[in-house]
Ligand binder design. Sequence first.
Ligand SMILES: *Cc1c(COP(=O)(O)O)cnc(C)c1O
Length: 351
Amino acid sequence: MSWVTQLARPEIVALKAYEHAAWEPALERLHANELPWRSFADESLAGLNRYPEPQPRALVERLASLYDVSVESVLVGRGSDEAIDLLVRGFCRAGHDSVVICPPTFGMYSIAARIQGANVLTVPLRADAGFALDEQAVLDQCKRDVKLVFLCSPNNPTGNLLSADSILRLTRALEGKAVVVVDEAYIEFSGAQSLARRIPELPHLAILRTLSKAYALAGARCGTLIADPEVILLLRKVIPPYAIAQLCMEAVLKALEPTQIAVSKARLETIRSERERMLAALPTCSNIVRVWPSAANFLLAEFEDAPLALARSRGARLLIRDVRGYPGLGRCLRITVGSPEQNNRLLDALR
Ligand SMILES: *Cc1c(COP(=O)(O)O)cnc(C)c1O
């Protein structure tokens, strides 16, 4: 029995996948109960009267090449949010299994787990050590029924990278026991290498990537799970067959053409230099206690009077994120790095 078969929910292992209408573009379609004509406003390439191709080949190939991984290790979903949900639904038996999360971190891991009825175990990041991963404490929590460990690097909302060595050691230690999911939503801003290329040697590692941040495509809802091909086959049974809308696929392929990629790279550089400028400038505002260095496109800042800072930024027509509800971040706000003009306006408002 393979490790995926042993670890995944038996119901999903046993499930026969839905048989979607065959995808044979060379033939005319009288097999999916679609209308033969387009609607009037339909300017899509393929026609919105047709169901889209499940896991569209062109998109999967483009993302595999973008992330430098094999086509078989890619599952495309509606944002990485969907990939998080699929992982929990594929691996966690309701009322039995658990996930481990390391707060303060992205909220969707525990929400997806709770919707599935999985238990959520928390191992806080070490606030006294720049929110580093507590590798030993995570291991100590990983008893038999922990199926997934969610790590976020760079972490939202603290901005720091987790140690790749720690993550890889943890993954090795959990081999056969749990899947280590590393959410790399902000990796492009960090300059660090993705851990995705380690999957062939560490099949229990799964990586989440998204086009929502560095590629300016949050509205397209396009996220990628990179994992062992057997995990991908398992979760293809769980994802709805026509998850990726035709318009999204066409928009994403256009946005990932080489000229656009060059634009994205240049913008990344702007955001990174603005981030360092803001990191230096924010502490000169009187209300600020400290700002943490960041490997992402946002900064975590502690204020003496957070409500005042929120009100002042609103006054400059800028929204910043209240993260005071996260454990240990009682007076903190999260500031997305914007355009130079927006950043200046925020600094003026906070000074
Ligand atoms: C923004 C973000 C995502 C992206 O989610 P999408 O569904 O792909 O838009 C994933 N993980 C973290 C930690 C994020 O902050």
